[in-house]
Ligand binder design. Structure first.
Ligand SMILES: Cc1cc2nc3c(=O)[nH]c(=O)nc-3n(C[C@H](O)[C@H](O)[C@H](O)COP(=O)(O)O)c2cc1C
Length: 215
């Protein structure tokens, strides 16, 4: 039996407050090893979509963005640089919930990337220097050799953030929250707002507007 769940009858004014609560609840319950895993879809300049999993490091209800980190030279990094729009989806199977977010993307500041990079395990820091993410690699042995070289280069020193590695922010323009219901009567609502290009990056140009949808 499914638990009887639904979205609040009066839809909340900011959907990312609820999305952040759902992420916190999934993290607390620890039913899955990576509750912050989300599928990230990007598009190349020909319009070909590609999707992969990344870890969401923060949902910030104000100003309404999600943050994740990657290699700027990877396929996703290049696609987001050329075409700064993306869609993400979280699915918490045990909680019978899905969150979809679409919007505009920009790189986080160098300070933010430095701060987050410094908080990572040394192994991950060394990996960021080792991996030319998404490029062909001739063998596992070659990759191991690259890692050994990186370990030797930084022996006894802090590992600095490589310039090709950092964060992206997804500024939400559309959010959809979905709750599984009995007899396929799922509860589903979509929130939209406008984001404009400001002089200093994306700017929120309108408040959220909510609509309940047929499942
Ligand atoms: C659970 C999980 C978490 C992942 N987290 C990240 C991440 O936070 N950042 C990242 O760059 N890749 C992450 N990856 C690897 C990506 O899915 C992907 O393989 C890689 O980033 C290369 O993608 P691209 O060639 O499309 O750029 C993760 C994979 C899994 C399965």
């Amino acid at each position: 039996m499914l638990p009887t769940q639904a979205l609040p009858e009066i839809l909340p004014s900011n959907p990312l407050v609820l999305a952040a609560e759902w992420l916190a609840e999934a993290t607390r319950r620890a039913d899955q090893p990576n509750p912050n895993a989300m599928v990230l879809a990007t598009c190349d300049t020909a319009g070909q979509p590609a999707a992969r999993v990344v870890l969401c490091k923060e949902i910030q209800p104000e100003p309404g963005l999600l943050r994740f980190y990657t290699n700027y030279e990877s396929r996703k990094g290049r696609e987001l640089t050329a075409h700064p729009r993306a869609a993400v989806v979280f699915h918490w199977d045990h909680l019978h919930r899905q969150v979809r977010v679409e919007g505009r993307v920009r790189r986080t500041t160098a300070e933010d990337s430095d701060q987050y990079f410094a908080s990572r395990h040394r192994e991950s820091q060394l990996g960021a220097h080792t991996s030319l993410q998404s490029q062909p690699v001739e063998s596992r042995a070659h990759l191991r050799q690259r890692l050994d070289d990186v370990i030797a280069r930084f022996a006894g020193k802090d590992v600095p953030r490589p310039a090709h590695w950092g964060g992206f922010e997804l500024w939400a323009e559309t959010v959809e929250l979905w709750v599984e219901g009995a007899a396929r009567l799922h509860d589903r609502a979509r929130w939209t707002r406008r984001i404009e290009d400001g002089t200093d990056g994306p700017r929120v140009a309108s408040p959220w507007s909510a609509t309940r949808l047929h499942p």
